[in-house]
Each structure stands twice: as structure tokens, then as C-alpha cells.
Design a protein around this ligand. Structure first.
Ligand SMILES: NC(=O)c1ccc[n+]([C@@H]2O[C@H](COP(=O)([O-])OP(=O)(O)OC[C@H]3O[C@@H](n4cnc5c(N)ncnc54)[C@H](O)[C@@H]3O)[C@@H](O)[C@H]2O)c1
Length: 328
């Protein structure tokens, strides 16, 4: 079995690689990653060597594939509300070109492919709460970098599904993750739970953007990885699935309070206008709540981690008491 993971050195990739190694004996793994938002530490390099993982330190665009693959997970992408700002105006083309290149490999090899889309496709003002995969999607007329990210991911969904309709060798499925969190995610890209836990552990103020009334449903990365592997092994084709945890729905203000309660921190909560920090192109959705009935019914997947368990797991990772710290 030979598996390609693009973006495999990143947050989700790290967990996926671990799960794949646990699942398959004699697995050959290849990773393509330009390390733009991850790092090849000594520990990680040794981990790759120990597990005979072939690592290509390249962008998907520059990489020249040499082998054949049985399965392909396409994860590589610029991610994070703050991190994406650096790629304004260039991100959409890269997202489309990379997906096209990876899809051509999947067609060449007849390898099933999963591409990660985003729940941002539901936009700023979703036409349904919770959001189902088939609600109408609307394109706003105010532009932001977040919109460029969301629309490029949506274009990928459309072009991959259309391509698979006319090209029977392409077997492809996509997922729309809702606020994935867990060990190895960092606050640098602007992700909220890592920022809050980092601040709480050193008793600094927890910075809430706006009034904190934005609603999110946080999902532990282990649940997401479980969904990816289940979809890959299910034999479904041309499907799009929400992956999220509706039970873990809360406002950002409540999340900040809960992090403070659970870590026993004396931090305070402060409210700021994110555009004053990140500039006028910053944007985020007010409410993102997944309807996961499709993936439950068709794949038999359900999330297992509660919000408190997810916060606790992240806090133990940052407090360096986490079993996964041996990995990367
Ligand atoms: N984390 C979330 O909550 C979330 C939510 C929705 C969607 N996603 C999607 O999941 C995927 C993985 O995200 P993540 O959270 O692990 O982010 P991440 O930034 O930790 O991982 C992405 C990895 O891809 C690499 N990369 C980025 N662009 C590349 C390129 N053009 N060529 C080669 N390597 C490149 C980065 O260096 C990084 O290691 C992305 O496609 C992202 O859009 C994540």
C-alpha cells in the first residue's frame, strides 16, 4: 500500500500520518509539503526515517511525482484566518492548480482521492442553521481574503466532482471541516482555541475578536482523521461531507470563559476589533454549525470528543504532558 499525503507535515497531516501508520503494516508513505506553516524538526525527521516516509520539501506546484499511489489525501493549502492574508490575490490560483495536479495523479493511478474543502463555503450569512451540504450558497459582494480562500475551495469541489463525472477513473470525495482543533495546531495562524489556551497557561489576557458572539462547533482532530479514513475505505464516490461536532457548539466568549475555568487561570478576557490588528481584508463568519446527518447515514461516522475533552487535550499538549509529543 502506497499513500500520498500533500501537506502531511501540517497539523491535520501529522495526525493523519500517525493514524495511517497504526492502521497499515508495510505502508509506504510520501509527503509533499513546503513547510510554509509547519517545521521539519529533528524529532520529526527521525520519525520520518524510522517509518521510511519519503518527504519532499516542495510546493505541490514544483514537486515532480515519481511513483504510483494507491490512495491520495490532498491537504496542502494556506490555512488560518491570519496566515492566509499573506497570500492575498495568489491563493485562489494556487488552490485550483494544486487540486488539478493531484487529481491528474489520481486519474493516472486510479487511486481514490480525498480533498479537504472548508466550511467557509457556507459564507458569512448561511442560508440554514445548522448548515447542510445542500443549502444554497451565496457569494457576497464584499471581498476579503477569506472569501478568496472559500471560493477557491468551492471551485475545487465543483471542478473535482465535474471531472469525476466525465472521467470515470477519478474517484474523489471532499470534506468540509468545521473548526478542527488539537495538538500541533498553533495560535500563529489565528486559530482561536490554541490562542486562548496559550494565553490562559501564561496568565495573559484572552483576546476575543468583536463581542465574542460568533458561534463555532469545535471538533477534535482525531475525529476528523477518523472521518477521512472511513470515507477513503467506504467506496463512496463524488460525495461532499460536513465533518464537525454539533454538540460542541458554543460562542467564542463562552469558549474563552471555559478555557479560563478549565485551566484555573487568572487571565482576563479582552475584546478587540480584529481589523485593527490584521487590516481591512480580515473577515470571519458569525455562525458555523454543522449538520452531520449525511456522513452519519452514508459513512457511519460520528464524532466522539466533547468540547471539555478537546480543551483538556490541547492544554495537556501545551503543558507538554501529551503522549503524542514523541511523534513530531
Ligand atoms: N484546521 C482547520 O480547522 C481546517 C478547517 C477547514 C479546512 N481545513 C483544511 O485542512 C487542510 C489542512 O489544514 P491544517 O489545519 O492541517 O493546516 P496546516 O497549515 O497545519 O497544514 C497545511 C500544510 O500544507 C503545507 N502547504 C501549504 N500550502 C502548500 C503548497 N502549496 N504546497 C505544499 N505544501 C503546502 C503547509 O506547510 C502545512 O504543513 C487544508 O486544506 C485546510 O484548508 C482545515
Amino acid at each position: 500500500m502506497k499513500i500520498l499525503v500533500t501537506g502531511g507535515a501540517g497539523f491535520i497531516g501529522t495526525h493523519l500520518i500517525n493514524a495511517l501508520l497504526e492502521r497499515h503494516h508495510n505502508l509506504k508513505l510520501e509527503i509533499v509539503d513546503d513547510l510554509s506553516s509547519s517545521a521539519l524538526t529533528k524529532k520529526r525527521r527521525e520519525f520520518f526515517e524510522r517509518n521510511k516516509i519519503k518527504f519532499f520539501h516542495q510546493t505541490v506546484e514544483d514537486w515532480q511525482p515519481s511513483g504510483w499511489y494507491d490512495q491520495i489525501y490532498h491537504l496542502a493549502c494556506r490555512v488560518g484566518p491570519a496566515h492566509v492574508l499573506k497570500y492575498a490575490g495568489r491563493m485562489a490560483k494556487e488552490i485550483a492548480d494544486d487540486a488539478d495536479k493531484v487529481a491528474k495523479l489520481a486519474i493516472r493511478d486510479g487511486a481514490p482521492m480525498i480533498s479537504i474543502s472548508t466550511s467557509e463555503v457556507y459564507g458569512k450569512d448561511p442560508k440554514g442553521i445548522p448548515q447542510r451540504e445542500d443549502i444554497p450558497l451565496e457569494v457576497p459582494s464584499t471581498f476579503s481574503v477569506r472569501l478568496e480562500y472559500a471560493l477557491a475551495k468551492l471551485l475545487n469541489e465543483i471542478s473535482l466532482i465535474n471531472l469525476a463525472t466525465v472521467e470515470s477513473r477519478l474517484r474523489v470525495n471532499l470534506i468540509r471541516p468545521f473548526n478542527i482543533v488539537g495538538p500541533y495546531q498553533t495560535g500563529e495562524g489565528g486559530f482561536v482555541l490554541p490562542r486562548f489556551v496559550e494565553a490562559a497557561l501564561v496568565e495573559k489576557p484572552l483576546t476575543v475578536f468583536g463581542d465574542g458572539s460568533q458561534i463555532r462547533a469545535f471538533t477534535h482532530v482525531s475525529d476528523l482523521v477518523d472521518s477521512l479514513i472511513k470515507i477513503m475505505e467506504s467506496g463512496v464516490n463524488k460525495r461532499i461531507y460536513n465533518v464537525g461536532t454539533p454538540e460542541n457548539t458554543c460562542t467564542i466568549r463562552r469558549l474563552a470563559e471555559r478555557v479560563i475555568e478549565m485551566t484555573g487561570s487568572r487571565s482576563e478576557i479582552c475584546f478587540v476589533n480584529p481589523r485593527e490588528i490584521f487590516g481591512p481584508l480580515y473577515a470571519e463568519a458569525p455562525s458555523k454549525i454543522p449538520d452531520i446527518s449525511r456522513i452519519k447515514k452514508e459513512i457511519g461516522w460520528s464524532p466522539k470528543w466533547s468540547l471539555d475533552e478537546t480543551i483538556e487535550d490541547y492544554a495537556s499538549f501545551l503543558g507538554k504532558k501529551h503522549p503524542l509529543l514523541a511523534v513530531a
